[in-house]
Structures are given as C-alpha cells and as structure tokens.
Design a protein around this ligand. Structure first.
Ligand code: SAH
Length: 397
C-alpha cells in the first residue's frame, strides 16, 4: 500500500471529512492512476483511504475515513446499495432520478442516473475509472436494472488523464439496444435518448422546479411564457400544464428543440400554443425588447457560465446581462425564474447579481422563493461545494 504524507497543518480538511486533497497539501508520496493510497498527516497519523490521481489538481479523493475499512469490491457494493436505499426516503416524483451523486454519496467522481429501466453513468475520476467493472456489476445488483449506458464524454476527464468514452457497459444478451426511452416527471411525460441527450440524457436536477413553475403559472394565471435555454422544453410543457396559452422555447440546439415540440404533443397540447426558436438567448432577448414584447413568466436556465471560481467574474457579467434583459421583458406582476448551475457562483453572489440586474433594468421585484436542485442531488454537510444549482423566483412589482 502506497502512502501519501501531507504537509504539517494540511490534515484539517480530511479530519473534517472533506474528501479532496490538493496537490499543494502533499509533502511526499505518489501512486498510479486510481490506485488506492493511505493518506497520513505529517506525523504519520491515519487520515483517509483515497484514490490517487497523478495529473489532477485534486491529487487524492477520499474513499473512506475509517482505517479499518478495506477498499475492495464489497466497499463499492456497500456504498452503491446505501445510495440506492436513500432514494425512496426522498420525495422523488418520477421514475427517473439521480442514484449516485458523486462525493455526496461517498463515491467521488461517479454520477449515475436512472431513467425508467435504464442506468446512465459518468466516470469522472481515475478512481472510479479503475473500479469501473466492479461498479457496473454492483449497480445492476443494487437496482435490478439490466441496462447500463456510459456517458463519459465529459471534458473534466482530461484533467484526470482519461479519454472520453460512450457506449453500453452492460445489457442483456441479444437485446436490441435501444437508447431512446420515456419517463414520467410529476404530471409530465418526457422522452430522451441516453446516447444523444445532454449530460446522462436529461436535466433531472430541475424536476421539482419545473413542477413549481407549472403551479406558479396557474397561480398567477400567466398566459405568455418565455423559456430561455429550454433544452427539450421541460419548463415549456410545465407552463402549458399550468394553463399558459403562448409559450416560446429558446435554445441553440436544434435537436433539443425538435424534442421540445414532440413533448408538447406527447403531453396532449396543441402545437399552436408553442413556438421553438433556434437562436442565441442574449440576441433573442434584445430583439424581443426592441419589438416591445412582454411576458407574464420568464425562465432563465443557462448553461454553466463559471465552471470554477476562477471564471466567476466574467460569468457574473454574463448572468447580469441576461437577467437585466429578462427583467425588461417582464410584464407588471410577472414572474422571473432565474438560475445558475455554476459551482463557482455562490447563492449569495447570485442573489447580488440578480439584484444588480433588476436595479439596472429599473425593475423592482419580490424575491418569493429560493430554489435548489431536486433532493436526489443531495449536498452533504462535509462537502458544501456539492451545492451547485441555485435559483430565485421573483415577482415584478
Ligand atoms: N432548462 C432545461 C435545461 C437547460 S440546459 C431543462 O429544464 O431541461 C442549458 C441549455 O442552454 C442547453 O440546452 C443548451 O443547448 C442551451 N444553450 C447554451 N448556450 C446557449 C445560447 N447562447 N443561446 C441559447 N441556448 C443556449
């Protein structure tokens, strides 16, 4: 067993059960990619078992803080079974949910989503990469699913020295291998393709916020709705469910918009209630302002503008820009649902950015609710960085 010795004073983070060891904290020691190492303090005290990553700034991701625990197949079976057992204790109103949420579920670098009968996984660190087969078997065992698709086509794998990879990891013999499927989410029916969709196939983290939006649209009797960064139109169909009579979805992905149109039909709504705009959101907001348009409800759910805190400043300007434009399009009494999924932007900072945007637009509003990811994307007390999605519901005065 290889040992990593930390510099004096650098043991505190692991002692508080934070799972990452940065390169700068290490005095000596190393290992192969994904190899299990023993991490100890400068004076030899055990701190954690972890996986070593020779190329990443995060050199070690802790598996366990218990010296007696062995990191073997049984360890992964236990952690996966524990994560799967948590989900029925959370309020998840869908047959699609996140089963493994990386660090929060004690499996750093592993993301697994369940879509009806199928699992879709991302292996984001060399640690989980090394145990990929064990993890795949344990996932099938814990869920009873027979289909596991891999979506490790994610840029962060490069930081770990790993190539991108997609394809079937497990499936029944002779199976026709269909990646297209249907799910239910609250009252919505949705479809997705785990091979083609974003992330593992869909944005499950917004499930409860889409439901909240449907209820809000009904409560406010909102008629005209603008859904920016709509992807496959989850918030758009939610708006129709809430009684909206004119919904515009804006996204720069043509295939996503095609599916948004299909979702309108799948949920029993007339196509004439919905318009899909294949366009840049910023430019579209400016055009709509020039045209003097107004909306009773607007959703802003942009992609991650700040992947890390280092990008926060430029991202803050981009968030402020779109929020300022959206405020100007809001009819009096209208509602703005605005989000950031950037880990590098705290909820507090996001609040300030949106407040600044309102001020610049000359629009005041009531912040009636703060939003976060649905509960199958848990945050643990030891790893607050896991909290990434934040949102606000604002009612225009
Ligand atoms: N609200 C969606 C998820 C949005 S993800 C849901 O509930 O499912 C972010 C989306 O922004 C992606 O679909 C991506 O295609 C789109 N996008 C990224 N940059 C864009 C831009 N500049 N203009 C329009 N859409 C953009």
């Amino acid at each position: 067993m290889k040992t990593i010795t930390l510099r004096a004073g650098k043991e505190r983070s692991l002692q508080r059960r934070h799972p990452w060891v940065f390169q700068g904290s290490i005095a000596k020691g190393g290992g192969d990619p994904g190899e299990t190492v023993r991490v100890q303090s400068h004076d030899g005290q055990f701190l954690a078992w972890g996986s070593f990553s020779p190329t990443s700034q995060i050199r070690v991701r802790a598996w366990s803080f218990d010296e007696a625990e062995r990191i073997d197949a049984a360890f992964f079976q236990r952690r996966i079974a524990q994560a799967v057992a948590l989900r029925p204790r959370l309020a998840i109103h869908s047959d699609a949910m996140r089963l493994i949420h990386g660090e929060a579920d004690g499996l750093p670098g592993l993301v697994v989503d369940r879509y009806a009968h199928l699992l879709s996984a991302q292996f984001l660190s060399v640690g989980v990469e090394r145990w990929r087969d064990v993890i795949a078997d344990a996932l099938l065992q814990a869920t009873g699913c027979q289909h596991l698709y891999e979506r490790s086509d994610v840029g962060v794998r490069e930081l770990e020295g790993l190539p991108q990879r997609t394809g079937w990891l497990r499936h029944p013999e002779g199976d026709p291998l269909v990646t297209e499927l249907a799910i239910r989410e609250h009252d919505l029916r949705l479809s997705l393709d785990v091979a083609e969709g974003h992330k593992t196939g869909y944005y499950l983290d917004q499930r409860d916020n889409r439901k909240l939006f449907a209820d809000l649209v009904r409560q406010l009797n909102a008629q005209r709705v603008l859904n920016c960064y709509s992807y496959t139109g989850g918030f758009s169909v939610a708006a129709l469910m809430g009684g909206a009579t004119e919904v515009i979805s804006v996204d720069s992905s043509g295939p996503a918009l095609e599916r948004a149109k299909a979702h309108v039909a799948l949920n029993g709504f007339d196509a004439s209630l919905h318009t899909a705009l294949d366009a840049d959101v910023n430019a579209t907001l400016r055009r709509l302002i020039t045209e003097g348009q107004q909306f009773d409800a607007i959703v802003l759910d942009p992609p991650k503008f700040a992947p890390t805190a280092a990008h926060a400043e430029r991202a803050a300007r981009a968030y402020k820009d779109i929020n300022r434009l959206a405020f100007r399009l809001l009819s009096p009494g209208g509602a703005l649902l605005t989000f950031s999924c950037s880990g590098g932007i705290s909820a507090d900072l996001f609040h300030k950015i949106v407040a600044g945007a309102g001020l610049d637009a000359g629009v005041d509003g009531y912040i009636v609710k703060r939003l976060e990811a649905s509960p199958d994307h848990p945050t643990t007390v030891t790893f607050p960085e896991g909290e990434y999605l934040k949102g606000l519901v604002i009612l225009r005065r």
